[in-house]
Design a protein around this ligand. Sequence first.
Ligand SMILES: Cc1ncc(COP(=O)(O)O)c(C=O)c1O
Length: 390
Amino acid sequence: MLEIAQKLLQPSKRSDVPPFIVMDVMAAAAALEAQGRSIVHMEVGQPARPAPATALAAARAALGQRIAYTEALGVPSLRRRIARHYGEVHGLDLDPGRVVVTTGSSGGFILAFLALFEPGDRVALANPGYPPYRHILSALGCEPVLIETSAATRWALSPEALIAAHRAKPLQGLLVASPANPTGTMMDAAALKALIDAAEAEGIKVISDEIYHGLDYAFAAETAAKLSDRTLVINSFSKYFCMTGWRVGWMVVPEPLVRPVERLQQNLAISVPSLSQIAAEAAFDGKAEMEGVKHGYLENRRILTEGLPKAGLDRFLPVDGAFYLYAHIARFSDDSLDFAKRMLNEAGVAATPGLDFDPIDGKHYLRFCYAGSAEEMHEAVGRIGHWLKG
Ligand SMILES: Cc1ncc(COP(=O)(O)O)c(C=O)c1O
C-alpha cells in the first residue's frame, strides 16, 4: 500500500530541475526587511519602473471591454506593430506573418524548443548564462551542452568553440544571447553573424534571445533576424518596456515554422493574455519615456563602474548592455553563495551568486542588477565599501 502511495506521489524525473537561486536570495532579503532592516535590492533582473504610461492607459481603457481569447499567434495589429519596430530600429522589412506573440520570452522558449528539437537533441549554450535555458531544455528532454566562455573572450561563444563541441559530439541547436545575462556583454554584428553562419552551415538550428535589445550602451545591438531568416528570434516586453509582470513577449519565426508554432500555442496556451497584448501594442508609443528610463540605467552603470572598484570590487568587464554587472570576487571568497549571504546580512545589499548562472566557475562571481535608482546605487557602493574594508 505504502509502495503504491509512494508511486502515485513520485514526481517525474524531468521535473527535477534545479531552483533559481536568485529566488532564494529574494526570500532571504524579504525576511530581513520584515525585521525592519534596510536592503538595497540588486538581485532580481527587473526594472524598478512601471510599464509606459501609454501602455497603462490602453490597459485601463480596455478593461471596459470584453477580455476574450485572441488568435493563437497574437492580435494582428500587435504583430504588425512589432514587425514595424524591426523596420524602425533595424531597417528590416519583416513580414508580420512571421511574428508570434508569446507569454514573455519564457513562453517563447517552450514553443521554440518544442518546435525545433526532438527529445535527446543537444543544444549548445554559453556558460555562464541564464539558468532557465538549461532547465527548460532538460525538462523537455533535450540536453543542454554548456560551452565554457571566459572574460578573455568577453564571455562570448566563438565559432571555433562551437564547432569543436560539435565535432566532439554533434549538436542540433545553439542558443545565443546578446546583450547577455549575467555578464552584460554583447557581440557585435560581425561576431554574431560569424557564429550564426558557422552553426547553420553545420545544420545547427539557432535561437537568438534578444530580450535585452534596446538596453545597449556600447554599440547598437544587431538582430539575428537581419542576419539570417533561418534563425528564430525571441524577445520580450519585460525589460526595455518595464513590463515583467504583464507576461508578454514575441518571436520572429522562420516562415516554415509559423504553423507548427501556431498549433503548439493553440494547444498549450490558446492565446497570450489579451489585456497584456493591448498594453504591449501601446507600449511602442511610450518609447520616449522608456529612453528616459534607459538613461537612468546609464547613470547607474557609471556609478557602479566608478564606485565598485573604489569599494574593493575591481574585477569586472565593461558593461555593454542589459542592466547587469558580473564581478569577480575570488579575492574575497571562493564561495559566492556564502559571500552573497554575508553581504546581505552584514551590509544589507542583495546580489545573486554566480553559481546560479555558472555551475562550474560561478563560485567566484556575483551578479549585480542596476535597474534600481541612482540613490540605491550610491548606497550599495557605500555599504559594500564599508563592509569590505571594515
Ligand atoms: C536572458 C533572459 N532571457 C529571458 C528572460 C525571461 O524573461 P520574460 O519571460 O519575462 O520575457 C530573462 C529574465 O530575466 C532573461 O534574463
